[in-house]
Design a protein around this ligand. Structure first.
Ligand SMILES: [Zn+2]
Length: 318
């Protein structure tokens, strides 16, 4: 009898057996922890869980350090970031079928979305859709990793950063415009495709902030989205610790872009009319005599496009 008990206990404690049981336990916990039984809404939020969220917050310290951003995978999405997500969805009605999960693990909900998502061909949803969805659903709540899952058409957020949220929504937007979504999703295993998808998502995020005239948000976005892009570039480069090196390069590029845009906005705000045309957009042969928002935007657009712009401000005239 004792031998039988001992062998059973040993079997249960075997590393592989233990791992699968811990994994299963975590899965059940994550599923119960958020979303299970909650009414279907486009944006859902996971139940806060001090133990799980604190562990996730600690485990993501390397990502926080690399991106120099304490909000990365902090597993606490503020109402401000949620507001940005909701506003984006209102402004982009073509994304009405996109689901957004804020720090939520919801395996059954994700499987449901996988079955429902007719935008991706059924065979892509079976593979790699099923394993990708199960893995990300079960691990996200602990390991973080903001992402858009094209197989379920769901944005998963664990970081409290509006720019990151807009970037992930940008992926959804990018996929929405693509007619072969399944192929586009699996094409991501090729580095050039992955890099172009990352570029497109960041472009969507920055364009949205510009359209909304959210200067502060735009300038801040460069600080995170550029080094994040750098991690992809670096990791594909084959250089040791390429993601860290890439992030470093991204930080420099982001700071440069931020400075350039900031100067552009300053120029835009300071340009004044002094009785005669003060702004000449040579490339379009246009002289502007107003000092309203439209003029400023034209000037700023010209500045961004590096057109041949001659700017005379009040200070120059005096
Ligand atoms: Zn991305």
């Amino acid at each position: 009898m004792w031998t039988w008990i001992r062998s059973r206990v040993w079997e249960l404690l075997r590393p592989s057996e233990l791992c699968s049981r811990v994994f299963l336990g975590l899965a059940v916990f994550c599923c119960l922890g958020g979303g299970w039984g909650v009414a279907e809404e486009q944006v859902e939020r996971g139940q806060p869980n001090v133990l799980l969220d604190s562990a996730g917050n600690v485990l993501s310290v390397p990502q926080k350090v690399i991106l120099l951003n304490p909000k990365i995978d902090n597993h606490h999405i503020s109402s401000r970031t949620e507001g940005v997500v909701r506003d984006y969805l209102v402004a982009n009605p073509d994304l009405k079928e996109v689901k957004v999960r804020l720090n939520q693990g919801a395996l059954f909900g994700d499987i449901k979305s996988l079955v429902k998502n007719k935008k991706v061909e059924w065979y892509w949803r079976i593979f790699p859709g099923i394993p990708v969805t199960i893995y990300s659903s079960l691990t996200g709540r602990l390991l973080g990793g903001d992402h858009y899952n094209p197989f379920t058409n769901t944005v998963h957020l664990y970081s409290d950063d509006p720019a990151v949220a807009l970037h992930e929504l940008g992926h959804a937007k990018d996929f929405e415009r693509n007619t072969s979504k399944g192929l586009y999703a699996v094409g991501r295993i090729l580095p050039p495709v992955a890099l172009s998808q990352e570029h497109a998502a960041t472009d969507h995020a920055v364009d949205y902030l510009k359209q909304n005239k959210d200067e502060a948000g735009e300038l801040k976005a460069y600080n995170t989205l550029y080094p994040a892009y750098g991690t992809y570039l670096g990791s594909y480069s084959g250089v040791p610790y390429g993601n860290v090196v890439g992030a470093g390069v991204g930080h420099v590029a982001g700071a440069w872009k931020r400075h350039e845009q900031k100067v552009g906005y300053e120029v835009m705000k300071n340009a004044k009319v002094v009785g005669e045309p003060v702004i000449e957009l040579d490339s379009v042969g246009q002289s502007l005599v107003r000092n309203d928002r439209e003029t400023q935007e034209l000037l700023y657009g010209a500045f961004n496009n590096k057109n041949n712009v001659e700017i005379v401000t009040n200070r120059d005239k005096e």
